[in-house]
Design a protein. Structure first.
Length: 188
């Protein structure tokens, strides 16, 4: 089954409200997160350069959106296209010195595992279902249908310290390309 990578042309553009500004230069909290490969990952303990992208939630094939009007929430739509972008550019990121890539959401590991398999992701998705990491790092969130979800952002992390924050991320399907552009400029 092919994933739906299309995005409506009229998606609202998220605005930078400064909610992620505190992350640049931050040593990440040492919180162990369940990974789709069955292991556990602490972004604070990873050696080398890591790219971690946070997203609200990937959709379930054949299921309606979490809430009516999902597409009207700035930054909500686009999790599958974002993940597929990181999948498609994974080798490019590795060639530029990125040791590991991880996706991060508050979805349960079991669902993330299904999405990682269906989307053929060459990296793990990390579950912060308890929001322990999100609260410790003060990641920006929003609420939809009574569920607290992560707002979309991408972190470049060097040995546990955030070097670069991309927030807001728009359009989400170009997130990996924005990271690659930044890596190229930083290396020049």
């Amino acid at each position: 089954m092919a994933e739906d990578r299309s995005l409506p042309a009229d998606l609202p553009v998220p605005v930078d409200d400064g909610a992620a500004a505190h992350l640049t230069g931050m040593r990440l909290p040492d919180v162990s997160l369940a990974a789709t490969d069955g292991g556990r990952v602490s972004l604070a303990r990873l050696a080398g350069r890591t790219v971690a992208y946070a997203y609200p939630r990937t959709g379930e094939p054949g299921q309606p959106n979490l809430v009516p009007g999902w597409d009207a929430i700035p930054g909500a739509r686009g999790c599958t296209p974002q993940s597929c972008g990181f999948r498609d550019h994974h080798a490019d990121l590795r060639r530029r010195g990125v040791a590991q890539v991880h996706g991060l959401s508050t979805q349960a590991t079991a669902y993330q595992r299904e999405a990682a398999t269906r989307l053929r992701l060459p990296f793990t998705l990390l579950s912060d279902a308890s929001r322990a990491f999100a609260m410790a790092a003060r990641l920006p969130t929003f609420e939809a249908a009574g569920v607290v979800l992560l707002r979309r952002l991408t972190l470049v992390i060097d040995d546990g310290v955030v070097t670069k924050v991309f927030h807001p991320v728009f359009p989400p399907d170009r997130s990996a390309e924005a990271v690659l552009d930044w890596l190229d400029r930083a290396a020049a």
